[in-house]
Design a protein around this ligand. Structure first.
Ligand code: SF4
Length: 179
């Protein structure tokens, strides 16, 4: 029987959740015996095929991220929101207290390390910002929530193991750690 396929993407995120996935260490060999990694930051394949499991790390903060979240949702059977940014919006939501235009100015003009005397804001080179950064389930249906910043490796392994056993997991509170 063909192995179930998995695709993952990081959106408005720091990549820490994918790093935590790699922290499952040698269990990754066991996992790769049971699933086929397709489009992920790990394989650097960018086009999502049809998959059984889709994973989103990160919040949605611009039009491109919104598009990618909808595309992965359409192409997977089970969608996992992975990490506090995907589940709650995370640190990305700090910018929700100011208009999008001011966010760009903060990032591209006012930051102490930026040299931009003419105050030019990037327009065509960047996907348009959404009015606010939002958690994934504000835009698409999420089947499994895995909070944590990042979720620890044991939690990630538990979630994948449960899904491979045919169960939709709810992460038990006693295996969620934030230390
Ligand atoms: S949840 Fe934490 S580790 Fe994961 S992308 Fe967000 S900030 Fe990074």
């Amino acid at each position: 029987m063909a192995k179930p396929k998995l695709a993952s993407v990081w959106l408005e995120a720091c990549a820490g959740c994918h790093m935590s996935f790699l922290d499952i260490d040698e269990r990754i060999v066991d996992l790769l015996g049971k699933v086929e990694l397709t489009a992920t930051p790990i394989t650097d394949i960018k086009i999502f095929p049809e998959v059984e499991v889709g994973v989103i790390e990160g919040a949605l903060g611009n039009e491109e991220e919104l598009h990618l979240a909808k595309e992965l949702r359409e192409r997977c059977k089970i969608l996992i929101a992975w990490g506090d940014c995907a589940v709650f919006g995370g640190i990305n939501c700090m910018r929700n207290f100011m208009p999008a235009e001011q966010v760009l100015k903060e990032g591209y003009v006012d930051t102490a390390s930026t040299v931009n005397p003419d105050g030019v804001l990037p327009r065509q080179d960047l996907p348009a910002l959404l009015p606010q950064a939002i958690p994934v389930d504000r835009a698409v249906k999420v089947d499994v929530y895995v909070p944590g910043c990042p979720p620890d490796a044991d939690t990630i392994y538990y979630v994948f193991s449960e899904i491979l056993e045919g169960r939709i997991p709810t992460v038990p509170t006693d295996i969620m750690r934030y230390d």
